[in-house]
Design a protein around this ligand. Sequence first.
Ligand SMILES: *Cc1c(COP(=O)(O)O)cnc(C)c1O
Length: 327
Amino acid sequence: MTVPLLERFRERLPISSATPVVTLGEGSTPLVRAPRLSARLGAEVWLKWEGANPTGSFKDRGMTVAVAKALEDGAAAVVCASTGNTSASAAAYAARAGLPALVLLPAGAVALGKVAQARAAGAVLLQVEGSFDDALGAARELDARGTHALVNSLNPYRLEGQKTAAFELVEELGGPPDVLALPYGGGGNTAAYARGFREAGEGLPRFLLGEAADRSGTAASAIRIGTPVHREAVDAAFAESGGSAIELPDEEILAAWKLLAAEEGLFAEPSSAAGVAALLRSPPPAGARVVCVVTGHGLKDPEAVDRAFPPPRSVAPGPDAIAAAVA
Ligand SMILES: *Cc1c(COP(=O)(O)O)cnc(C)c1O
């Protein structure tokens, strides 16, 4: 049985015995060696596989805390603006808590699997005719009016939950890695890791972030965010750790995404490979211990596979025809 994140890290989270444990078995995700990436980069590379969370992304770490606190505080409903994974996670944890969920989607910019998850969990989904930033503005206003609890990463409990990934890394590696590579969307996850490493008390890794060169138009939908709301916290982490963000064209993100699946066997969604792409562009020092956070599952975005790979070929049902087709 997976120990709920709220119980495993109870002492280090802003919760009490009055806080309900709303769990789907999040956190405690696999840390997988990446032998081919290690050989390619001349470093010791590990993959933190956050696609193994219950709804398939790291968002579940924050959502278990945010929804538990919303329930404790007597919220009537939760709301989020989302390019996808936050909505899938909010819908699932709200269902678990018995709360209605309202999801505001930016028009035409969301991956198929994520919307399917939120719909199946019974959330109300509205497509807002505007950008992600417009949808987030509306969600904040509903929170201010008191009708809904906002569960975007502006909700401080989200980052509190997400910081636990840093605790897991420190426990498993015996300290922070030299380099932590991850995607840079709104920057909430980076801010959360920085907080977690600070609280673990052994210093920060150097943060290497991959962000889309075209933030508003990238095919990597989970990081299609015009303005990162956590930019100040990200810059503070850079100042402390010597880290940096690398702007990546979509081709480099997609090449890293294919490499993760074909060389390491991890099928992630394209955005999740931005940290790997940043590492390939800006290799770590020889022998460095590197963790790449692989943020979300590939099944979230099956259309990305359709765009990148040919469909299966048809073949007659005999062994000769099949052997000829693969010769
Ligand atoms: C949310 C998300 C990101 C971006 O994280 P930020 O905290 O916004 O920087 C990256 N990858 C996936 C799969 C996500 O769901």
